[in-house]
Design a protein around this ligand. Structure first.
Ligand code: ME8
Length: 512
């Protein structure tokens, strides 16, 4: 069995989860579910980033200890992911003992191998990003490009990591797809940005802090804590067993996809692989930076009061509706803008009209004319085969490349094909004129809907199961989906055998 290890960033616990965190996590969940349906042994990791100045400051402002804040907020992330039906295999917190053990081991190893040294340093620090900024990387007002705040000058004696020695090796691995340890950075534009930046030269990076005590102490100098980003990146190997569970570590490492937005691509595609190379650990196979979105043209922020929470999304569109809409509204890759209006429009078109109406029309016809049963008719899979053709050609490749918007486009094309067929069949006229033809039509719509449900499963796990039941399909949907994705064979009698009991659908997607 092939393995697939996918990670989300571990999110800062200074604030509650919002639609930005949900976006990455839902996308990773869909990728993980898709791979499981394709018979991969999947490990899907998410978690929370709990050390550093930002968290210590937030705790102070809220009148709590840092640990109290971390305990409370990591629960909020878990609650959000439980609400959104996120099927993670592990949720890691950087304040756990397994993390401090792994971080200490890795940092000591890097020191022993000669990649860490001490030096006096003075530079501008953005607490929001938890990083130093060279002046050239600030915007025209001298502010951090992400937080729009002025970084503060910090002078410390820190331990440094010899990042500068890895420029050539990184360029080789990133640029050459035939390199045996190729690091694929996606999308292409982001890869080119990273290559361009590495070519400008890499400076060594600070690896520790003296002024921040909310962190993991350096094993070889307890007066300093490990820099929060170093701590955070190591989570990806801690969770699968580094350094003690070698067997599990070897099973899942290297990561197949580290998923995130562009704000933190540099850490994942440059600093993290360099740390791994220094420690002689294989580098990740792919670093995927999806788009960073704005809301009605604005950055989401508490002060603007425009933050959308996972609960608000789920309350408006249902959990499965929220999952589908969040990741398919804008193309997955480039930056984009989202709004409640655009989400609702897509909900009404894709889900209420194209899918919801199709199901309710089909079930009503069967209820009225065939006693709410799959009609008795010779198995005719011609329509279903056409639906399969569209999906085979476009859906699977889109999913494999994480083009989630393209996958949804292909589903919508398949639904349009079925809806057009209904329009041309005009089955509502057949009840009095041609009952065998009506039986054939309803049978065809039901089989096609089953195929749609199988393909929607990674996006909408609960609603797909419901559609499967409503349409009288036999067997467990996940087992049938796995079998279908393995051999692409629709069962001879269809998924819903003639005579099977259907269920009244109600309104699955009420129009908003
Ligand atoms: O950076 N659009 O955590 P973080 C798209 N702890 N994605 C968004 C988004 C938006 N507007 N806003 C947030 C950290 N995200 C570190 C990570 S990993 C070793 C350490 C998502 O809480 C996106 O995935 O600031 C982005 O990269 C991440 O949240 C940043 O989360």
């Amino acid at each position: 069995m092939k393995k697939f290890y996918i990670t989300t960033p571990i999110y800062y616990v200074n604030d509650i989860p919002h639609i930005g965190h949900s976006y990455t996590t839902i996308a990773a969940d869909i990728a993980a579910r898709w791979k499981r349906l394709n018979n991969y042994d999947v490990f899907f990791l998410t978690g929370t980033d709990e050390h550093g100045a930002k968290i210590a400051q937030a705790a102070k402002e809220k009148g709590k200890t840092a640990q109290e804040l971390c305990d409370e907020m990591s629960e909020k992330f878990k609650e959000a992911w439980s609400l959104l039906n996120i099927s993670y295999d592990d949720f890691i917190r950087t304040t756990e003992a397994r993390q401090s053990k792994a971080v200490s081991q890795m940092v000591q190893d890097l020191l022993d191998k000669g990649f860490i040294y001490k030096k006096e340093y003075s530079a501008l620090y953005c607490v929001g990003c938890e990083r130093f900024y060279p002046e050239k990387d600030l915007d025209e007002n001298g502010c951090c490009p992400f937080h729009k705040t002025k970084p503060v000058l910090q002078s410390e004696e820190n331990y440094f990591f010899r990042l500068s020695s890895f420029a050539d090796k990184l360029l080789e691995r990133i640029s050459d797809p035939n390199h045996k340890e190729h690091i694929s950075i996606r999308p292409e534009e982001r890869k080119n940005e990273i290559i361009g930046k590495i070519k400008l030269g890499l400076e060594d990076v600070s690896f520790s802090r003296t002024a921040i005590d909310w962190g993991i102490p350096l094993p070889f100098d307890k007066s300093q804590t490990v820099y929060v980003w170093v701590d955070a990146l190591i989570n990806y190997i801690t969770a699968i067993g580094y350094p003690s569970n070698q067997e599990q570590f070897n099973k899942y490492w290297p990561a197949d996809i580290h998923l995130m937005a562009k704000d933190i691509l540099w850490f994942h595609s440059v600093i993290w692989p360099a740390m791994l190379m220094a420690a002689q650990i294989p580098t990740p196979k792919q670093v995927y930076s999806h788009g960073f979105f704005t809301l009605n043209g604005n950055k989401m922020s508490k002060s603007l009061g425009n933050v959308i929470s996972p609960a608000q999304l789920a309350a408006k569109y249902g959990v499965d509706g929220a999952r589908y809409l969040a990741v398919t509204l804008i193309p997955f890759g480039p930056d984009g803008d989202i709004s409640w209006d655009a989400l609702t429009k897509k909900y009404n078109i894709d889900l209420a009209n194209n899918l919801g109406n199709l199901i309710s029309r089909t079930i009503k016809l069967a209820e009225k004319n065939f006693d709410l049963k799959v009609p008795q008719t010779p198995a005719d899979l011609s329509l279903t085969n056409k639906v399969a053709e569209i999906l085979n050609e476009n859906f699977a490749p889109a999913m494999d490349n994480l083009y989630l918007h393209k996958a949804s486009e292909s589903l919508q094309n398949a639904l349009t094909l079925i809806n057009r067929r209904i329009e041309s069949d005009a089955p509502w006229k057949l009840a009095n004129t041609d009952l065998p033809k009506l039986a054939n039509c309803i049978y065809s719509y039901l089989q096609s809907l089953n195929l749609i449900a199988i393909h929607l499963l990674a996006f909408m796990p609960e609603l797909s199961k419901k559609i499967w039941l409503i349409t009288g399909a036999s067997g467990d949907i996940e087992t049938c989906a796995k079998k279908y994705f393995a051999d692409k064979q629709i069962p001879k009698e269809g998924f819903s055998p003639s005579g099977a009991q259907l269920q009244t659908a109600g309104i699955l997607f009420p129009r908003i």
